[in-house]
Design a protein around this ligand. Structure first.
Ligand SMILES: *Cc1c(COP(=O)(O)O)cnc(C)c1O
Length: 367
């Protein structure tokens, strides 16, 4: 007889998500360029809203996040009934897998994509299927080629984390068009607001016109509200209905709902964040390209971070340690098959100048 509760065997197949570090090996606090947080912080309007709800701790939040869903719908030209909010978009990604896949089913995603997809698949007993990418970019034809009659859910992060790469609206449409109608396509647009505004709508258009597309977005990245844990998804009413059945009834806090509502009202902050990011990212990518003769290169990023490859004398681990020495935590992801890369979040202008100078010094190049 066993004397301990036995976990489901597939749960033990999960490697717990490893968050970005905020301290060095010696415990010293580091500036975090390891979690893709907004270096400009949060909108002052969102912070004011958080101040206002201080002390409002005894009452449950609105279980339907009605005001927030209406504001999201208004901003993006969507229907509130086709939106569900979550405890971060992480919750919704997990629910999408749980709602539509189980034992014997396959959940498909690209290699070098978001670590949560593997966890989401395993959590419900489904089989994660990783499809080879190409140049750190999702390979649509390879993904379609990997679909079987067991495939239930396909996850695509666009732009992708941790590579920063992006596939165009026509490729997204191609991926959708090639999938059987019974396969749920989850377009994870956590970094969607960082791309050219003219190209941001393909996910919403697919989700508005097809029964098998769910788009997820978050307030954690460009909106700078990661601490509040607020994400949302849009899709056909039947998809939203499934997520509503299995989500936590009070999954978005009072403060989260108020802060997100206020943040939506400050699109100037969102624009300023996008502009800051684009400028600093371009400068940083340029600086990395100039170190190409030392084996450094960067995947072209559409997100708020850059994946830097170290294929020369300077090793990723050496750079990781030198950056920690300079006061910065960045992301090394050997467990995700990227032992020679560092994912570096775009920080303030000062952060990027220091990070750049550190990498240049490592290569023996004066800044
Ligand atoms: C950060 C991130 C998310 C969202 O995180 P939440 O804070 O849970 O909303 C989702 N997908 C990707 C690819 C991310 O990088």
């Amino acid at each position: 007889m066993t004397t301990r509760p036995a976990p489901k065997p597939y749960i033990l197949g999960i490697h717990a998500y490893v968050p970005g570090k905020s301290s060095g090996k010696d415990g010293r606090a580091l500036t975090k360029l390891s979690a893709n947080e907004n270096p400009l912080g949060s909108s002052p309007m969102a912070l004011a809203a958080l101040e206002e709800v201080r002390g409002e701790a005894a009452s449950y939040p609105d279980p339907d996040a009605k005001a927030l869903r209406e504001a999201i719908a208004q901003l993006h030209g969507l229907e509130p009934a086709r939106i569900v909010c979550g405890t971060g978009s992480d919750e919704l990604l997990n629910l999408a897998a749980q709602g539509f896949a189980g034992a014997g089913d396959e959940v498909l995603f690209s290699r070098h994509s978001f670590a949560v997809y593997d966890i989401a698949a395993r959590r419900c007993g489904a089989t994660p299927v990783e499809v080879d990418d190409r140049d750190f970019t999702a390979d649509v034809e390879a993904m379609l080629g990997a679909v079987t009659d067991r495939t239930r859910v396909v996850f695509l992060a666009n732009p992708n984390n941790p590579t920063g790469t992006w596939i165009s609206p026509s490729q997204v449409k191609r991926l959708h068009a090639g999938l059987p109608g019974a396969v749920l396509l989850v377009l994870d647009e956590a970094y969607g607001e960082y791309i050219d505004p003219a190209l941001q709508r393909v996910g919403f258009e697919l989700a508005a016109t097809h029964d098998n597309v769910l788009v997820t977005r978050t307030f954690s990245k460009i909106y700078g509200l990661a601490a509040e844990r607020i994400g949302w998804a849009t899709g056909a009413p039947a998809l939203i209905d499934v997520l509503n059945r299995i989500r936590g009834p009070f999954n978005v806090t009072v403060s989260g709902q108020k802060a997100a509502l206020a943040a939506i009202g400050d699109q100037d902050f969102v624009t300023a964040s996008r502009v800051h990011n684009a400028k600093q990212r371009a400068q940083f990518e340029h600086a990395i390209a100039a170190l190409g003769n030392h084996g450094l290169s960067a995947a072209p990023s559409e997100a708020n971070f850059v994946l830097v490859q170290f294929d020369g004398d300077v090793r990723a681990e050496t750079a990781l340690n030198a950056l920690a020495e300079a006061g910065y935590a960045v992301r090394h992801l050997p467990g995700q098959g990227l032992p020679n890369s560092l994912r570096i979040t775009i920080g303030t202008a000062e952060d990027m100048a220091k990070v750049t100078a550190t990498l240049q010094a490592l290569c023996g190049e004066a800044s």
